[in-house]
Design a protein around this ligand. Structure first.
Ligand code: LLP
Length: 432
């Protein structure tokens, strides 16, 4: 199986985190997002333990909550002792509702509105990750009005290409995010930040991309960032205390994806940073990483009910399910790969080639093309899509006015609703 939390029981049903998905479908309805709470916590602990082991107290993993943002997940992050990365007032609001200690939050975005800035300050966000000069100057102005000093990191683009897909490739010089080192724009921005009275520059941030498998990406990034931090010290007399390397470790969506040993990788990255720091005679900075996908992706599964099987002889076959691009837009957006498994025919041979498609009025509403399901697959069957914990619920929409599915969390023998199913009333609730 793709992941240890996926098994098959004696009834021939697929199980997720030890729970029969057909029973869950009966009990909670479909489509249904499942999340394995134990797996989320284990994934956090991989980072927490590797950080403690390799950096001591001088580091913090921060969950990139854009991957899956709802109140319960921030409670889990609080309980596990993780930091968080937030990117909007909505994520901040949700984290505050969960009682998350906001001094452990980092606020990103390449365009924080004045309202976002005011709201984040009022919620005690620990660190703004400032994208560029416009934001820097406005933050100074608002912080001054409020008699507040805001701690920040400056987001820099190190000019690294992590070779992932284009839409999530962010570290290159021509990225919309951050300020480039290569163009000479970073140094004057740092000078400007140091001149501000209500801003405390604590260090630098970078994020080179997502779903990254290249082994040495963080090492190459660290070379540039630590080297530049030493330059900044030599030129401006400013020694940065924090280095945030962003997120990005890839996860397995299909059997052919490699399994990254994140704990071991962090050890190698730590060793490398230490060596580069030593080379530049630079003190070891406080290290932050911002994993999103690798915390929640394999803790998620989506359960659907089949509505139609269409065979077009000599052409192709379609299996239509009761969800689609509204609850999972990732194939439509990125051509993302997924593993699809039958829920109620888990022991039957999967030899029926088909496209798994959604119910939206649009041909591009494909969850996954060219998959194999058991040939007896028919209306009312249960079909599951694996590894949907990251960027599925958080990117879901109400396209075609289809209500979004609930999130049911699985904890040992317990299954509980963390986000309830949207109703038709919810769908029309904003119409005035
Ligand atoms: N830090 C920053 C500044 C980021 O922009 C991101 C992701 C992360 C951390 C977390 O990266 P991760 O560990 O999850 O790879 N919607 C796309 C992914 C967009 C990623 C955006 N930034 C998808 O579904 O693949």
């Amino acid at each position: 199986m793709l992941s240890e939390n996926i098994t098959i029981n004696s009834a021939g049903h697929l199980c997720f985190a030890g729970h029969d998905v057909c029973e869950l479908a009966q009990r909670f309805g479909t489509p249904l997002y499942l999340m394995d709470e134990g797996r989320i916590r284990e994934n956090c602990r991989v980072y927490l333990n590797a950080f403690r082991k390799n950096f001591g107290e001088n580091a913090m993993p921060a969950y990139a909550s854009k991957a899956a943002s709802f109140r319960r997940i921030y409670e889990i992050m609080r309980e596990e002792g993780m930091g968080i990365d937030v990117v909007s007032s909505g994520e901040i609001f949700t984290a505050v509702k969960a009682g998350f200690p906001m001094e452990k939050s980092m606020f990103h975005s390449n365009n924080k509105t004045d309202a976002d800035i005011r709201y984040a300050i009022s919620c005690g966000v620990g660190c703004f990750v400032v994208d560029g000069e416009d934001e820097l100057l406005r933050l100074e102005q608002i912080a001054a009005e409020q008699g507040h000093t805001q701690r920040i990191l400056l987001r820099l683009t190190p000019g690294i290409d992590p070779h992932t897909y284009e839409a999530i490739n962010t570290g290159r010089v021509d990225s919309k995010f951050g300020t480039a080192i290569e163009t000479g724009q970073a140094m004057p921005l740092i000078r400007l930040a140091l001149e501000q009275k209500h801003i405390e520059l604590a260090g630098f941030h970078c994020h080179v991309g997502s779903q990254v498998f290249e082994e040495d990406v963080f090492q190459r990034t660290a070379n540039i960032m630590v080297g530049f931090m030493a330059e900044v010290r030599d030129e401006l007399g400013f020694t940065a205390k924090i280095l945030n390397l962003g997120g990005g470790y890839g996860v397995r969506y299909v059997e052919s994806d490699p399994a990254a040993d994140i704990g071991a990788r962090i050890g190698e990255v730590a060793e490398h940073i230490r060596a580069v720091a030593q080379k530049h005679d630079f003190p070891m900075p406080f290290i932050v990483m911002e994993p999103g996908r690798s915390i929640v992706a394999d803790a998620g599964m989506t359960v659907y009910q089949v509505g139609a099987v269409k065979r077009i002889p000599g052409y192709k076959n379609y299996v239509s399910i009761d969800g689609g691009m509204g609850d999972n837009p990732r194939y439509a957006l990125y051509g993302a790969k997924y593993t699809v498994l039958s829920g109620n025919r888990a022991l039957e041979e999967a030899d029926f080639p088909c496209d798994l498609v959604g119910r939206c009025c649009e041909s591009g509403d494909i969850i996954q093309p060219e998959i194999l399901l058991p040939s007896a697959t028919c209306r009312d069957d249960i079909v599951c899509v694996c590894t949907t914990g990251a960027y599925n619920y958080s990117m879901a929409s109400n396209y075609n006015r289809v209500p979004r599915p609930p999130i049911v969390m699985l904890r040992d023998h317990d299954a509980y609703v963390a986000v309830r199913r949207e109703t038709l009333e919810d769908i029309a609730a904003l119409d005035v």
